[in-house]
Design a protein around this ligand. Sequence first.
Ligand code: DP6
Length: 366
Amino acid sequence: MFTANDFIPSQYSQTIESGQFQWSAPSNIALVKYWGKKANQIPANPSVSFTLNNCKTITKLAFEKKNISTPLDVTNKFSFDLFFEGKPKEDFKPKIQKFFERIEIYLPFLKEYHFTIDTENTFPHSSGIASSASGMAALAMNLMSLEKALNPAMSDEYFYQKASLLARLGSGSACRSVKGEVVAWGNQANIKGSSDEYGIEFPYSIHENFKNYQDTILLVDKGEKQVSSTVGHDLMHNHPFAERRFAQAHENLDKLIAIFEKGNLDEFIKIVESEALTLHAMMMTSMPYYILMKPNTLQIINTIWKFRNETQIPVCFTLDAGANVHVLYPNKNKESVLQFIKDELVDFCQNGQYLCDEIGNGAMQL
Ligand code: DP6
């Protein structure tokens, strides 16, 4: 197991002038939610997520060493161009600048290169799906490919754990988008190898009930969020229920260990839905308070509960920090749940839009 200090390199065996890499990284959906953080993107509580398969960011990173004639003021700066779907995207640049500042200690070569970052998502633009997890993970993977070119002796374990640490410094949940179908992030006494610094592949057995688990994302509201996650995390400082909430996340994660092993879907549903509502309860009880759910979010939740009661099909929901609903269900119930979604839930989606996804494996080099 690595600590953050192990990821500060001293010297590289190779030099490399120019080249390019390309990686895809998926989004993920948290079952136990990360909500609240300390300095340096250290989570206030541990979380666990399913990695998605279809909702991805694809990022190409081209790099070229600055030459000796480069003026000093350029040598001392991070230098990069950023394209989103082929067009220059100035408004993403401050986030990347901040990311580079945070990770420079781990990748001391960053200022030696000029980078061209070309990025696109497989999910529709402005679908209300956060692309920060997949986007930061895809960029972190590319940067690790460059570091591996400078230090070919690097082990796979180092490569992926450092990639997750770097991704975390871009966006907390991004550290869960690197490797594995089920990923835990944050110190948890009962999860061997768990760390606040990076996500790890869930190290215990997962029952086959969860194989190819489905996630259909209902797009309820595609508008810009009124309150960003970063602000939301911040409001957990001095939150009246924070300590109890952080303790509850640990308890729920412990319970999930046995649930994953035994495949107990009734218990799984209780934890997952309670986590989603607790996340939103934290928003409603912070100061200032706010609500990200929309009337149709509640309509969908109630309709899922009714369908589950009537059919006994183990379908449940979870929520991100927004109005969209993730509908989670076993692969074997796919046909009947998709029919239910088309018959009863699509009307609550903006322009009838939804995305079909399922558990996936993590980032891939292209
Ligand atoms: C509600 O990872 O987006 O989706 O670290 O500030 O970038 P930053 O926040 P972010 O927060 C995600 C919160 C969540 C829950 C989760 O994914 O665990």
